[in-house]
Design a binder for this molecule. Sequence first.
Ligand SMILES: Nc1ncnc2c1ncn2[C@@H]1O[C@H](COP(=O)(O)OP(=O)(O)OP(=O)(O)O)[C@@H](O)[C@H]1O
Ligand SMILES: [Mg+2]
Length: 495
Amino acid sequence: MSAGDVVGIVANGALPYEFDAITREAVPVGDYVVVRTADGSEVLGMVEGTTINSEIMEVARNFSDASEAGELALRNPRDKSYSSHVRVLGLLDGLRSGEVRMPSLPPVPGSTMRRATPEELSAAFGGPDRRWFPIGSLLRSPSVRVHVDVNRVASRHLAILASTGAGKSNMLALIAKAIAGLRGTMVIFDYHGEYAGLDLGGRGRPVMPVVNPRHLDPDELADLLEIREGAGKQRHVLEEALSGARDARDFWGSLREGVEGQEDDREYREPARRVADIIESALRRFGSVLDPDSPPPLRLLAEGYVNVVNLSELSPRQADVVISRYMEEVLADRKRSRSGEPGVLRKPVVLALEEAHVFIPGGREDRTKTRETAARIAREGRKFGVSLVIVSQRPQRLDQDVLSQMGSLAVGRLLNQRDRSFVQDSSEFLTEEMTGYLPDLNPGEAILVGQWVKLPAMVKVDRVEEKLVGMDVDAVGEWSSWGGPSEDTDEFIRR
Ligand SMILES: Nc1ncnc2c1ncn2[C@@H]1O[C@H](COP(=O)(O)OP(=O)(O)OP(=O)(O)O)[C@@H](O)[C@H]1O
Ligand SMILES: [Mg+2]
């Protein structure tokens, strides 16, 4: 190593898995460095934190002191000291061959630290076979491509967390493309209708969120019809009517009759009338979602495709019923397939959920149906080849049990302090230093940790060009290119 390559010197107190270094200049967070341990083997480390100190500023106690000290400090190059905290990621030799092995000895204080070369990093972040998918480039070394292990996404769950507009849906779109390219099966619960235009190379399939009311339990049907949770009598009326209508040829006709029949009972007259109105209005608004002749959800999903379930017309409560139905049926079917019975889905399935904090909330009183199912999949889905990808901009509202089961994380810019602490508390992979860096990330940048990456990485994620929905609207551009209506207000009113 020539003196020019040396960026720092290992400080006292080094441990096998982390150490501090006194550096020549400030080394950016996310940079990769190499040191030798006490037995001479090289290890790769990532800079997690960097500080700059001024000796003269130590003594400044008021503004005048500080301003004079600042000028003096600027003129004196020896005044500044730079130090970095480095996390050891593994032995360089092992990483070259795709294996993460930790050293058993720390580096010797006083020994030199150099920057890792792009070749070393490409070997460490590269993808030796098909299951490794390129997702972006290292933020601090753009020539190095970072690959993620799709096998781990499909077996150990993934959470994509970042403030709004930070690039979550873009990343999910990339993952969908990877799975489509591998002829894998994925279901995206698309709450904002933004994945329809994705180019999935012919392996994307739009799915209308159709549910067969005959197969719903009374509470689920009441939720879908938007009967209030506290309206006990209305729910009772519906339950009675549903039991008679389930197997009727004309489901809606029979349900109506069942409801109207209860108007004779004085106690239920008003609730029955109300339910009749609710059914009429619900059918007008989203009759297409409730189809008594539709096949069960499993028949609507296609194996080997990315199935995009468009939920954009539904209220959160309605979407909750649809999502939990689909998830439950997928899990049950995969259990059947695994135990040798004939199932519809013979291969592993990835279920991706946008706005996960709405459907898998952590609050005690927010018991959604999807939360129960998702918790089960998070716990046992791995055994049956069902995995979850949860996407959220409000991680602190997520169910902590579910979040802690996520084997991999992509965390982008997170501005809210409570969101950051919640994520760090719920995950074994994010260190305090990494969490502290989250507000400084730009849109499209993310920290990838957990089982889907060989090493923690700060990444500039590739942009999916055709994914236009979700982009910020250029209001000023659109208004000015239009030029506005040709008539002014006075003309408009006269007309
Ligand atoms: N990796 C990237 N590189 C460049 N631009 C990106 C990248 N990721 C996202 N963007 C841009 O940032 C904007 C927001 O992206 P995206 O819709 O993925 O964010 P989001 O986190 O899903 O937002 P929301 O919380 O509103 O759903 C888009 O205009 C998108 O084009
Ligand atoms: Mg989004």
